[in-house]
Write a protein that binds this ligand. Structure first.
Ligand code: MLT
Length: 267
């Protein structure tokens, strides 16, 4: 079972964090969504935060199975499952492996298609470099300009400080393992198309890693399979929308969740 933080009671909403941070990413969403009548569960994915690294070969499937084992441990049969970036890749792996556990999905700042070959090579190089250095902080400088939007970097230095601290607190082994897992992920647009349940797609208007075009591809896949699908642009935000414009993300989730719960019959 993964380490997690839980807030509130009601229909279960599981929120999965991005790479290379932990469930602190969702700290600003937990309480408002809990107060709005949801049981919000934010696990640390394997190796990150308080969760142990998996002994298995790197794969998003392993992360997906661990999230479902955590749902089992908490007595959660079905949930709305949302993920930001890497968390979104885990949601897509859950769609492949555990579709009956998914009442609705949130795909935030993520993408459904394959990485181009140079991106895969970069992932493997970063995995090797972090493992050799033995510390996560070495990747923070290179990653921050891609993770945070220009507005956040210009106006909200405290967010950059927090993200830098979160990255530095992660284990080098977890970062290497997760990069190798993301490098071998399959094309997931067909899995989004096969889902059929309610889908919310979020993206930051300043995101350079998962821009509007990626959100459009995921929404198109979802609609092609008959999913009621909503797309929300989060203003003044780069890749880490949940911390860059937390109130807009709370608003998007709390506006969409009641309809998704009703549609899926989630108690
Ligand atoms: C993330 O934020 O989780 C990462 O940018 C995902 C990725 O490297 O594709």
């Amino acid at each position: 079972m993964l380490h997690y933080i839980e807030t509130g009671t009601g229909p279960a909403v599981v929120l999965l964090h991005a790479f290379p941070v932990d469930s602190a990413l969702w700290a600003s969403q937990r309480r408002p969504l809990g107060t709005a009548g949801f049981r919000v569960i934010t696990p640390d994915l394997p190796g990150f935060g308080g969760s142990p690294l998996s002994p298995l070969a790197p794969s998003l499937d392993v992360m997906a199975d661990e999230v479902v084992a955590t749902m089992d441990g908490l007595g959660v049969e079905r949930a709305i499952v949302g993920g930001l970036s890497m968390g979104g890749y885990v949601v897509m792996a859950m769609l492949r492996r555990h579709p009956d556990r998914m009442a609705g999905i949130v795909l935030a700042d993520t993408k459904g298609g394959l990485d181009p070959a140079p991106a895969i090579a970069n992932r493997l190089a970063m995995a090797d470099a972090v493992q050799a250095a033995g510390r996560a902080q070495v990747i923070a400088d290179a990653m921050i300009p891609n993770l945070l939007g220009t507005t956040t970097r210009a106006e909200r230095g405290e967010v950059e400080t927090a993200v830098r601290r979160w990255i530095g607190a992660q284990r080098a082994g977890a970062i290497a393992w997760a990069q190798r897992a993301m490098a071998v992920r399959p094309d997931s647009l067909p899995d989004i198309a096969a889902f059929g349940g309610p889908v919310l797609v979020l993206y930051g208007d300043e995101d350079v890693l998962s821009p509007a075009s990626e959100a459009a591809l995921m929404a198109e896949a979802a609609r092609s399979g008959g999913s009621p699908t909503q797309v929300v642009e989060i203003p003044r935000s780069g890749h880490l929308t949940a911390v860059e414009n937390p109130d807009a993300v709370v608003h998007a989730l709390s506006s969409w969740l009641p309809g998704a719960v009703g549609h899926s019959g989630l108690a």
